[in-house]
Design a binder for this molecule. Structure first.
Ligand SMILES: Cc1cc2nc3c(=O)[nH]c(=O)nc-3n(C[C@H](O)[C@H](O)[C@H](O)COP(=O)(O)O)c2cc1C
Length: 227
């Protein structure tokens, strides 16, 4: 199953991450069909930020040594907690049952969009990813950024998005070899007149990102065939 997430607040026809993640999803569907495809638009249909009820339920589980997800329902003590769990459990199930998680993740303020962070906070309920349930999961993160963050760039080292996402998924058991990070840089050059001289570099970065997306789908096919 492919779980495809977008988190750009920008319109579909203007968003670079939406365009690149769609390219991946279209290629994937051409091979696998549509049955195993799930899509969530975290900007249009946001996952609510976690609340006190979510924390209470999670802490009750932790106090008991972290109960299995199947038993969390037995810990519920209020309607608010029931609502929190009803929102949370299906999202965790979606992640755990996905072979590939594709994340369209624009850089916002050197990090990730709040809509994506809200999803991450919610799915990370105590015990959600125990017992190596993500050890066979692939994660493909596709970003776009207005500036440049590679070696030699003025803002080299200011990217707090990819390192954060790498740490997050590694911490929850996704093997390093199963993590892919693709980005198109200088995406604001087309929009902002004073960056016009960067347009050729931006076009090259976007073309390279498209190529990487296509080869990433092909590599996933190859790995899947060997399994
Ligand atoms: C709220 C916001 C914050 C942004 N912060 C950054 C930033 O810190 N660094 C950067 O290089 N670009 C930044 N940008 C530019 C976006 O990363 C860039 O436009 C990217 O293409 C957005 O992804 P999208 O095209 O899929 O919407 C920001 C854009 C927005 C809307």
């Amino acid at each position: 199953m492919l779980l495809h997430l977008d988190s750009s607040a920008n319109r579909s026809d203007e968003s670079v991450t939406r365009r690149l993640s769609r390219l991946f999803a279209d290629r994937w569907q051409a091979v696998h069909g549509t049955a195993g495809y799930r899509y969530r638009d975290l900007a249009v249909d946001p996952v609510p930020p976690i609340d006190t009820a979510y924390c209470r339920l999670g802490r009750r589980s932790e106090r008991q040594g972290v109960v299995p997800l199947t038993l969390v329902g037995t810990l519920i003590e209020s309607i608010a907690e029931a609502n929190a769990w009803a929102l949370t459990r299906p999202l965790i199930d979606e992640v755990v049952s996905s072979r590939t998680i594709l994340i369209g993740a624009p850089m916002y303020n050197f990090s990730l969009p709040a809509a994506l962070k809200a999803w991450i906070d919610r799915i990370t309920f105590p015990g959600a990813f125990r017992d190596g349930v993500l050890s066979d999961t692939e994660v493909v993160v596709i970003s776009s950024r207005g500036g440049a963050y590679g070696p030699g760039a003025r803002r080299e080292g200011w990217d707090y998005e990819f390192p954060y996402l790498r740490a997050y998924f590694t911490n929850y058991g996704v093997p390093d070899d199963n993590l892919r990070f693709i980005s198109a840089e200088l995406a604001l050059a087309d929009l902002i007149p004073r960056f016009a001289d960067q347009r050729p570099s931006a076009a090259r970065s976007l073309a390279a990102a498209c190529d990487e997306v296509v080869s990433c789908v092909a590599a996933a096919e190859h790995a899947g065939a060997k399994r």
